[in-house]
Design a protein around this ligand. Structure first.
Ligand SMILES: Cc1cc2nc3c(=O)[nH]c(=O)nc-3n(C[C@H](O)[C@H](O)[C@H](O)COP(=O)(O)OP(=O)(O)OC[C@H]3O[C@@H](n4cnc5c(N)ncnc54)[C@H](O)[C@@H]3O)c2cc1C
Length: 380
């Protein structure tokens, strides 16, 4: 077993890290979508990392492990995890389903502008009564000639207010449960679409989260991803991407927090000793390191399995669960180590715990990851 990254992967990681460190958020007010940073990330190539260059000049066609390594660098270097989260929701829950399940025409039509970041996409599946269990979506799509008429409301849509397209899941045949759902690309400027106000959230401030309403929205059949009835399968595949790649960002954030904690512990003095000499502090940092490295190795294993032709459900769920729970625990530890200084917004260390609490909810809650693991262990 070889754990070494090759020279290209290491260089790409370094490039991502230094690019992300240079992004400037000083002129952005709280809760604002940083459009300039979004565009810079597009120029960097964020939104096309795994997409073949056949479909877009911004597609790099990287394998998933290389993609993960680049995302770690972005997460480690970027002062605003919210914009990276918005970019990951766009790339892994929208660009990838279009890339993997869209028709050739649709891919050539949409992917150039989506991978450059000129256009923004948002994934719309969750509803007021369908969060963890998406078996009964009340949003309906009814076929009329060459069109589908879409009616319904989606409750938590990342990028909702800035979206040019929605990757939307709707019920086309209520009798068939999961097999009666279909995935659509819905242009956001179609008549009948209304976007609610951006929610005020606990963390990931700059990512916009909205309700979106669809009232008699007429979508051409060519905008179906895969075929009618394949929606649940397409969504599951997009969650595999999201659970690996989006969560690689948080490995980077935890790495940054760990390095800051080590530096702080080695310089902050109480009495005549640095606090690193107190076992309570140094052991807490050792625990952060072990938690981070275990989650990171689970991620690399999940990403490797995803690149193989094997069932990766348990590996991907384990990795998502380990990363998000480690992120919460390490977010708390980082504040404890910094004392009151860590509780101040100006420290920047406070944002990790706020961002981390969202990570145990989206892309399937921790409980749902445990259910997936139990299922593969033969317990359910
Ligand atoms: C920051 C953020 C961004 C998001 N972005 C998007 C987006 O872009 N697009 C989108 O469609 N959605 C998005 N969501 C919604 C997210 O996917 C849902 O919040 C998530 O699936 C959970 O659904 P829910 O909130 O309705 O909670 P519920 O499903 O009602 O769950 C409530 C509690 O019950 C537990 N629970 C529920 N069912 C089970 C079960 N079967 N077994 C064990 N425990 C269970 C849950 O773990 C949780 O603790 C986002 C959410 C957040 C917080």
């Amino acid at each position: 077993m070889n754990f070494a990254w090759n020279e290209d992967q290491l260089a790409l990681h370094e490039h991502a890290l230094s690019f992300a460190r240079d992004l400037d958020f000083s002129k952005i007010s709280a809760g604002e979508f940083p459009m300039e940073a979004w565009q810079s990330l597009g120029e960097f190539g964020y939104y096309g990392l795994p997409v073949d260059s056949r479909y877009s000049p911004c597609g790099s066609g990287f394998d998933i492990l290389t993609t993960v390594k680049i995302l770690e660098g972005l997460g480690q270097g970027c002062a605003d995890t919210g914009i990276l989260f918005a970019g990951a929701a766009h790339t892994f829950a929208c660009v990838m389903p279009i890339y993997e399940h869209g028709s050739e025409t649709l891919k050539h039509e949409l992917l150039p502008a989506l991978t450059s970041g000129e256009k923004i996409a948002a994934n719309a599946i969750s509803e007021a009564e369908a969060g963890s269990d998406i078996g009964k979506l009340t949003t309906k799509a009814t076929r009329e000639g060459d069109y589908y008429i879409i009616n319904g409301a989606k409750s938590y849509v990342t990028n909702g207010s800035v979206a040019d397209y929605f990757v939307l899941y709707a019920t086309t045949n209520p009798k068939f449960g999961y097999l009666g759902q279909t995935a659509f690309v819905v242009p956001a400027d179609l008549p009948g679409i209304e976007v609610g106000k951006s929610y005020k959230k606990l963390g990931l401030d700059s990512a916009q989260l909205n309700q979106v309403f669809f009232d008699e929205v007429k979508v051409h059949k060519d905008y179906v991803l895969g075929s009618e009835g394949q929606g649940a399968r397409i969504f599951a595949a997009s969650m595999d991407w999201e659970r690996c790649c989006l969560f690689a960002l948080f490995i980077g954030v935890m790495q940054n927090d760990l390095e800051r904690c080590i530096e702080f512990a080695n310089t902050r003095k109480q009495g005549d000793k640095t606090i690193s000499k107190f076992q309570a502090v140094s052991h807490r940092i050792a625990d952060m390191e072990v938690r981070l490295q275990s989650a990171r190795l689970l991620l690399y294993f999940a990403a490797w399995q995803k690149s193989q032709d094997v069932d990766n459900t348990k590996a991907v769920a384990s990795s998502k669960l380990a990363i998000s729970e480690a992120f919460v625990q390490s977010g708390i530890d980082a504040i404890r180590i910094h004392g009151a200084a860590g509780y101040l917004q100006e420290s920047g260390i406070d944002s990790s715990i706020r961002d981390a609490l969202g990570s145990v909810l989206f892309s399937g809650t921790s409980d749902i990851q445990r259910e997936l693991i139990c299922n593969r262990l033969g317990l359910l």
